[in-house]
Design a protein around this ligand. Structure first.
Ligand code: ZN
Length: 286
């Protein structure tokens, strides 16, 4: 009686193992089909920075804030990093921005004192820029894109002669108060965004949200005065920073290559691993 029972147990175990292996193989097969599908979709996607097509190299799957594993690719031509889950889960800037307004992520402080304090804090990047450039910004103009609540633009009026500000959602910007000197921020809509000569274009955590960030740089390049430039900060690739709203992660190589394609730029990069961000100053030399 023992032998048949043992043989039955062995058979069950064997079947279990086989089933387990089969399941594993099926999972691998379905993952590879999914990966190939993603890769094939990406083959037709132009790089948002260098515009090259079909040069995507799969780097790895990465933990993401919104999906279990985000597929991370790199452009084989310029090296910019693309979060494929941002393409898979379609999120337009307008939707995200309006959500952030509704959720209160973007808000203007009701109290005058808080407004002054927060605007001043957000504009703390400008004395730092003056220091890096070794010059004063006070006779210059600036345009902030993706300005959100506009606090930084308000604070910037203390440092620049003229401040232009824009965002895909203008509700908050249109209600922006004057800050300290009584100088008003000029709010620009999408249609008149590139109609003014600008010395500095500021983008604080905005270029990673754009599907085609090169468009903004190219348009900006056209309106930038010589010896003006771009001053921006973008998140570095990290688990905290991967979520569908973030399409691109920029590297020094990808940006250097891109600015060289635009014109004669002198670039400086500041990597801060504490806040997981890259700050770039790109000065237009001619
Ligand atoms: Zn590229």
């Amino acid at each position: 009686m023992r032998e048949p029972l043992e043989s039955l147990v062995r058979t069950i175990n064997l079947s279990g193992t086989l089933l387990f292996r089969l399941k594993g193989n099926l999972r691998k097969f379905s993952n590879s089909v999914k990966e190939n599908k993603m890769r094939n979709q990406l083959l037709n996607v132009q790089c948002g920075l260098c515009s090259d097509k079909g040069k995507w190299i799969k780097l790895f799957d990465y933990p993401s804030a919104d999906v279990p594993q985000a597929e991370i690719f790199q452009c084989g031509t310029c090296g910019v990093i693309r979060n494929a889950s941002a393409t898979e889960i379609e999120t337009s800037n307008e939707i995200i921005q309006s959500q952030w307004v509704t959720d209160g992520f973007y808000k203007l402080p009701a109290q005058e004192k808080d407004f002054e304090e927060e605007a001043s804090h957000a504009a703390g990047i400008f004395p730092w820029l003056e220091n890096q450039l070794g010059l004063s910004l006070k006779n210059l103009t600036m345009l902030e894109i993706g300005a959100g609540s506009g606090l930084r633009s308000a604070g910037a009026t203390k440092f620049f002669r003229e401040v232009y500000s824009s965002d895909s959602s203008l509700d908050l910007l249109n209600n922006l108060k004057e800050y300290q000197l009584g100088k008003k921020v000029t709010v620009l809509g999408e249609n008149d965004l590139w109609n003014h000569k600008i010395d500095w274009i500021i983008g604080w955590h905005v270029f990673e949200h754009l599907k085609v960030p090169s468009e903004y740089f190219k348009n900006g390049h056209e309106v930038l005065s010589s010896s003006g430039g771009f001053f921006f900060q973008v998140p570095l690739l990290s688990p905290k920073n991967v979520f569908p709203g973030h399409h691109y992660f920029f590297t020094q190589t990808s940006l250097d290559q891109f600015f060289a394609s635009l014109g004669n730029y002198e670039t400086q990069y500041f990597f801060d691993t504490n806040v997981e961000a890259l700050t770039c100053i790109a000065v237009k030399l001619s």
